[in-house]
Write a protein that binds this ligand. Structure first.
Ligand code: NAG
Length: 221
C-alpha cells in the first residue's frame, strides 16, 4: 500500500530492552552516589567555614604604632583605645597583660594569676614626669603608660606564657578567649630578649622601664 504523504509518520514505539532497564538502574545508582558525594562536600566546606570563623585575630602588622612603636594590632581592638572607652564597653583591665580585654576573655584563673604575679612584690610605679602613683590605680588601668622596674617585665612574660598555655590546653572548649597580645610572636621575641639579658640594663631588674596599656582584639582560638 502506498504511503499517504499527508499522514504524519507514527512515531516508532519505544522498545524496552533489558539493556535500557540496566541503564536506568545504573543512572539511579549514579545519581544516588553523586548525591552522597555532594552532601559530603557541602558538610566539609561548612565545617571549614565554621572552623575559620572561630578564630580571626587581626594579622600582625609590620608597622608599629607611631607613638609607641608597638604592633598596631595591640590597639583599637574590642575595647577601643582609651580606658574611658574600654570601661564604657564593659571591658576589664588585666594587670598581668597590662591590657584591656572584654570580660569573657579573662577567666577566673587569669584573675588569680594577677594576684599571684604581684604577691609580695614592691615594684615602684611612676608617671613619665617621675610622680609616683599607687599600685591600685595602675591595676585599675588608669594610665596610658607607666614606669616600673624591669623585673616586672620578666615576671609578666612568664604569666603571659602561662595564659597562652592555658588557652592551648583549653582550646576547642571555648572556655577562654585569646587576644592579639597574648598570642603575639613579637611579644614572645621581646620576652626572650629581655629574659636572656639581650636588652641591656645593669642586670639588677630594678632599671626603669615603660609599660603601655594595650587594647588588643580577641577571639576564641
Ligand atoms: C606629672 O604628670 C601628671 C599627669 O600628667 C600631673 O598630674 C602632675 O602634676 C605632674 N607632676 C609634676 C611634678 O609635674
Amino acid at each position: 500500500m502506498e504511503e499517504d504523504p499527508f499522514i504524519p509518520e507514527r512515531p516508532h514505539a519505544t522498545t524496552h530492552t533489558p539493556w535500557n532497564k540496566g541503564l536506568w538502574i545504573s543512572g539511579l545508582l549514579l545519581s544516588f552516589f553523586l548525591g552522597v558525594i555532594a552532601s559530603k562536600l557541602i558538610s566539609l566546606s561548612l565545617s571549614n567555614t565554621f572552623r575559620t570563623s572561630t578564630c580571626h585575630l587581626p594579622p600582625a602588622s609590620p608597622d608599629g604604632d607611631p607613638s609607641t612603636g608597638l604592633p598596631t594590632d595591640w590597639f583599637n581592638g574590642d575595647c577601643g583605645s582609651s580606658s574611658e572607652v574600654a570601661r564604657y564597653r564593659g571591658c576589664q583591665f588585666s594587670f598581668v597583660l597590662h591590657a584591656w580585654l572584654p570580660s569573657d576573655a579573662l577567666s577566673e584563673e587569669d584573675m588569680a594569676d594577677e594576684v599571684l604575679m604581684h604577691r609580695g612584690r614592691n615594684w615602684p610605679w611612676a608617671l613619665e614626669n617621675g610622680t609616683e602613683v599607687a599600685v591600685e590605680s595602675v591595676r585599675r588601668g588608669e594610665f596610658s603608660h607607666v614606669y616600673t622596674a624591669a623585673e616586672w617585665h620578666y615576671v609578666h612574660c612568664a604569666y603571659v606564657w602561662k595564659r597562652l598555655h592555658r588557652t592551648l590546653r583549653d582550646g576547642g572548649n571555648r572556655r577562654s578567649k585569646i587576644d592579639a597580645y597574648t598570642s603575639s610572636f613579637v611579644h614572645m621575641e621581646h620576652c626572650v630578649k629581655v629574659l636572656s639579658g639581650e636588652h641591656g640594663g645593669d642586670g639588677s631588674g630594678m632599671e626603669k622601664s615603660v609599660v603601655y596599656a594595650k587594647f588588643p582584639a580577641c577571639d576564641y582560638l
